[in-house]
Ligand binder design. Sequence first.
Ligand SMILES: Cc1ncc(C[n+]2csc(CCOP(=O)(O)OP(=O)(O)O)c2C)c(N)n1
Ligand SMILES: [Mg+2]
Length: 312
Amino acid sequence: MDRDTALRLHEAMLLTRLTEERLVKLFRQGQTLGSVYRSLGQEATACATAMALGPDDVIAPMIRNLGSMFVRGVTPEEIFLQYLGRATSPSGGREHNNHFGSVARGIIAPTSMLGALIPVMAGVALSFRQKGERRVAMTWIGDGGSSTGAFYEGLNFAVVQKLPLIVVGEANGYAFSTPPDRQMAGGMSLRAQGAFTLTVDGNDASAVYEAAVQARQRCLEGDGPVFLVCETFRMKGHAEHDDQRYVDPQLLAEWEAKDPLPRFVAWLNQQGWIPEPDLTTRLEAELLAAAEAALEAPWPDPSSLESGLFSA
Ligand SMILES: Cc1ncc(C[n+]2csc(CCOP(=O)(O)OP(=O)(O)O)c2C)c(N)n1
Ligand SMILES: [Mg+2]
């Protein structure tokens, strides 16, 4: 990883964390229309994978992959507008959180149906191959989501067709309140049935980046899909309404010590690449301004309720 990529990756991870902290404040003030889904502790898994892609590659993020959207140029204000349900949000107030796409930025909209994006992204990857384009498709899946039929169907199709698809597995310790050993036999890395599987420390941003670069290269060489399992931990409950009382505090303390942000800063320092000194202050000021602008934004006009429907 070169210096510029490393510093941009650090900024994306920090921006993700600070944006989510601002969202929690809005949630506690009763401003968000629903709960807030955090990726605390998983910022490297979301950001470093997306950072390894080329500008023409396409991503389909899931709920804990806000960071990947920032890497692709989504702004915090768009995210605040979404969470506040305003008319000027990317989905026009019709969807919540990060559930929107942006064709211009190579983002397929997330859906709530776990696993459903894998066949969709296998299809995107198929279209690249049919058109002879050197592009890859990337999506993410949690340990819980990897138990869906869609995960197997989509990945199997990509294996059989040797499609340029990277599926990032987020082995983060829980699916809602269920630990993996209560819902799957063996670990996540055993689930990819024929796909080349890489397992990496998901809290080590430079390791995740290098693994994702390798995965992309395999895809571009026509070697078929890669399942990139990132071992990480969900440091908050499923969402802000979940106090995660079912998680052993000792486990949280162990993972806190592996926090990907300070680890990456230490790695940057080792390289002699020092992040901008007042980066946190600058980002916090920008986020406050973006949140205030979003709070001023208009609500959707009720008369537009039926627009955008296939039939009414
Ligand atoms: C097909 C399907 N089944 C169930 C749900 C309900 N659901 C939403 S999130 C979630 C847990 C997901 O856990 P995991 O895939 O490990 O992701 P994490 O929340 O840990 O990031 C469940 C069961 C859903 N959205 N889609
Ligand atoms: Mg999980």
